[in-house]
Design a protein around this ligand. Sequence first.
Ligand SMILES: Cc1cc2nc3c(=O)[nH]c(=O)nc-3n(C[C@H](O)[C@H](O)[C@H](O)COP(=O)(O)OP(=O)(O)OC[C@H]3O[C@@H](n4cnc5c(N)ncnc54)[C@H](O)[C@@H]3O)c2cc1C
Length: 457
Amino acid sequence: MLSDDRVLDSLDERYSYSFDASFGTFLPDVAVFPVTTEEVVNVIKLANREKIPVTPRGGGTSLSGGPLPVAGGIALVMTRMNRLLEIDRDNLVAIVEPGVITAELQRRAEAEGLFYPPDPSSSNVSTIGGNLAENSGGPHGLKYGVTKHYVIGLEVVTPQGEIIRTGGMTVKNVTGYDLTPLIVGSEGTLGVITKAILRLIPKPRARKALMAVFNDLIDSGRAISGVLTNGILPAKMEILDNPSIRAVENYQPIGLPVEADAIILIEVDGHPAAVEDEINRAAEICRRYRAKEVRVAENERQREELWRARKLVSPAITQVKPTKISEDATVPRAKIPEMFERLRQIRDKYNIHLVVFGHAGDGNLHPNIIADIRDKDEMRRVEEAVGEIFKAAVELGGTLSGEHGIGTMKAPYMEMELGPVGLDMMRRIKQAWDPDNILNPYKIFPQPGQTRVVLSE
Ligand SMILES: Cc1cc2nc3c(=O)[nH]c(=O)nc-3n(C[C@H](O)[C@H](O)[C@H](O)COP(=O)(O)OP(=O)(O)OC[C@H]3O[C@@H](n4cnc5c(N)ncnc54)[C@H](O)[C@@H]3O)c2cc1C
């Protein structure tokens, strides 16, 4: 069915496919590496015959447990289906296999004067298949939307091992039920993506960035709303709170203001004249909301330097303690100051090391709890705090996940957001598509009595 070198079954080889960037290790019985759609079909048909669970996998960078082979069985590793088949300039589309690395597609599009905006921070290692299955976002989500806004057609192998095509090459397509966005974000539970047709847009001609420094985190939240309600739509608007700033400076000193309560980074793009005008107006609005300093990058080198701070946060905070619980609770934008306040209360109540950064412009904050998994008492407090973070987000009209997906990590909280009937309608879709529960079982939907998120006991 697959050549021997593409079927790994020794313990050490299987171990490499037993974890992702979240929690827990679950050994698959075998890891297989298809290179054609037909091979995927054959693997799934065999799995159906023998009732073996199959867990699709891309780069394994999921933060919510999506590619963990919780029930053992087959890890279906899609990384060798990695051909970038076409960049079609006339139709402004790219046709790719799922194993293409996101940054590679971005580079190839840019070389043609085009732009593929979805930009998860993991883009150098994550795959397009994983991005589609998680409906990934990133800083560009604010202006350009997330992965689902760029997927116009798919080739998918169903849980019974049949090939279907959804959507196509046209930007408009309203034929029947729209299965494309159902597959996008389905976290590998409804089908295996074997090919994707992605929408590209013209590359913006200019871009400029600034950093605004605040003495008060709540003021920075107000400045974010202020920029958005004053006629400017930045390409990116990110925030770092004081613990994030300090962590970056400790890790790699780059001259950040360590006494500041928060910094926000804003980038605008578009026509050069508009970019000049908008960056100046954004600076003025930040000052109006009590920014104590605003640094506008005067050239490309300075712009990249400003963004370095944001890129360093993730590696920097893991220097503080070894265990990082990375959340992506998201609230309506106007509720950002209130969410900051709630996060402060949760941090103090549970005495945890809580760091907040993220895509403030679209309300997608990343509260990260830094802990030590060996400290059982601390982990119990973390568990409670995580539950309260989700509760706060949902109470403010937000969501459990802005971009990381549900996987195993957030399954226990699904009913809190969707209600029992909403969750049941989703279960019914899964049952209709995959009656034998072959594809990525134990994901998205909570198991009876499942409450734990970060603790394993
Ligand atoms: C440092 C870091 C930064 C991150 N930054 C971001 C960010 O800014 N935005 C964001 O959204 N996420 C981010 N993530 C999370 C993660 O990178 C994304 O969710 C990414 O899309 C996962 O891609 P992957 O190829 O690693 O997929 P995997 O982790 O391997 O799998 C993710 C899910 O996709 C399914 N899957 C994979 N391939 C297929 C396929 N071909 N068909 C069907 N299902 C499939 C898997 O079953 C699983 O459910 C970050 C992670 C890390 C570690």
